[in-house]
Write a protein that binds this ligand. Structure first.
Ligand code: NAD
Ligand code: AHE
Ligand code: ZN
Length: 369
């Protein structure tokens, strides 16, 4: 079938709106009609050419919501008409990782996903007869996409897709990082570096956990207003300080914060986030994604004196088990999604979503088909 799509033909170039060919779903696969998709910084990261797993030409996008159009052989957990959110972290329930009870990092389809193909090693997308790669097992920048059955969460059909698409990545990642990875407790102090969709979701999660002080840090002060609305108590612009930012945070708090979160993808800031964690027990959670060849460093003494460095993917959330409940929470107002949707655009204007992100003007632009 034909599908309107935004294709990244080359790194560093705008997406092209084209009509792709999409092959039918094979065994264990599902054809989904995407109705809405957010644009996450990770899409921009991969488009930039910095992603070690980046492949071109590719259909990017991994923060979508849609409706099942058709199912392949053997698919039993979803049927045409079901409302779904595609998952870049699958949940098969069978692999070592799913069964461990320790992680959400299912490996059922991860190896082929990283190579831009379906589990059988081939792609369902083509343009002028040439294959086009899948992305993160989702490819939500195509109106019709094919995903593995294990990569779909079935959700309440009455949910607002323009908002719940954000549970496909940004908001879930931030909330989950607080709840599952850091396990923030009532009264804990928190520092959040980077106030985009991820950082603001961390702040929302910290407020839900009844954290005490929530310090919001960004070089773009325009982000502070929304951070305050989500519950941040203190605001720091690193550009206004001569001293290293970790020193500023330690001085503000006495010994540092109980939990810090890096939500930018800057290895220098990752070091600062670790070093502003409390002596003896502070922990720092890396959420940001850094480019090929970049590495983190600190003095080992920072760890010797009790700080812990951790990371999180999709906030440690098991998508098929947990996203339906999070969608219910969004519908009941327990999770706030509306403030994240600062812009909406039709597919034809998707490149504007990237411009708005780079200019620091948006939190999330949601693209509709
Ligand atoms: P975004 O571009 O919307 O937000 C980033 C924010 O960081 C912006 O407000 C920007 O002004 C701020 N910033 C940039 N440099 C800074 C600095 N030196 N000091 C302080 N603030 C600075 O991005 P996003 O969509 O919120 O994504 C954030 C990061 O999280 C990206 O690296 C993305 O790839 C990653 N991410 C990871 C996961 C995961 O599962 N681990 C999931 C989603 C996104
Ligand atoms: N492909 C990159 C890493 C990119 C990355 O870390 N992705 C995050 C999700 S970002 C969502 O916006 C993630 O979940 N990683 C775990 C996984 O299994 O992909 C690289 O460095 O190769
Ligand atoms: Zn993302």
């Amino acid at each position: 079938m034909k599908s309107r799509a935004a294709v990244a033909f080359e790194a560093g170039k705008p997406l092209s709106i084209v009509e792709l060919d999409v092959a039918p779903p094979r065994k264990g696969e599902v054809l989904v009609r995407i109705t809405h998709t957010g644009v996450c910084h990770t899409d921009a990261f991969t488009l930039s050419g910095e992603d070690p797993e980046g492949l071109f030409p590719v259909v990017l996008g991994h923060e979508g919501a849609g409706i099942v159009e058709a199912v392949g052989e053997g698919v039993t957990s979803v049927k045409p008409g079901d409302h779904v959110i595609p998952l870049y972290t699958a949940e098969c329930g069978q692999c070592l990782f799913c069964k461990s009870g320790k992680t959400n990092l299912c490996v059922a389809v991860r190896a082929t996903q990283g190579k831009g193909v379906m589990p059988d090693g081939t792609t369902r997308f083509s343009y002028n007869g040439q294959p086009v790669y899948h992305y993160m097992g989702c490819s939500t920048f195509s109106e019709y996409t094919v995903v593995a059955e294990v990569s779909l969460a079935r959700i309440n059909p009455n949910a607002n897709p323009e908002q719940v698409c954000l549970l496909g990545c940004g908001v879930t990642t931030g909330l989950g990082a607080v709840k599952n990875t850091a396990r923030v407790q009532e009264g804990d102090s928190v520092a959040v570096f980077g106030l985009g969709g991820i950082g603001l979701a961390v702040i929302q999660g910290a407020q839900m956990a009844k954290a005490g002080r929530i310090i919001a840090i960004d070089t773009n002060p325009a982000k502070f207003e929304l951070a305050k609305a989500f519950g941040a108590t203190d605001f720091v612009n690193p550009k206004e300080h001569e001293r290293p930012i970790q020193q500023v945070i330690v001085e503000m708090t006495g010994w540092g914060v109980d939990h810090s979160f890096e939500c930018i993808g800057n290895v220098g800031v990752m070091r600062a986030a670790l070093e502003c964690a409390h002596r003896g027990w502070g922990q720092s959670i890396i959420i940001g994604v850094a480019g090929a060849g970049q590495e983190i460093s600190t003095r080992p003494f920072q760890l010797v004196t009790g700080r812990t460095w951790k990371g999180t993917a999709f906030g440690g959330v098991k998508g098929r088990s947990e996203l339906p409940g999070m969608v219910e929470d969004a519908m009941s107002g327990k999770i706030q999604l509306a403030p994240f949707v600062t812009h909406t655009r039709p597919l034809t204007d998707i490149n504007e979503a990237f411009d708005l992100m780079h200019e620091g003007k948006s939190i999330r632009t949601v693209v509709r088909y």
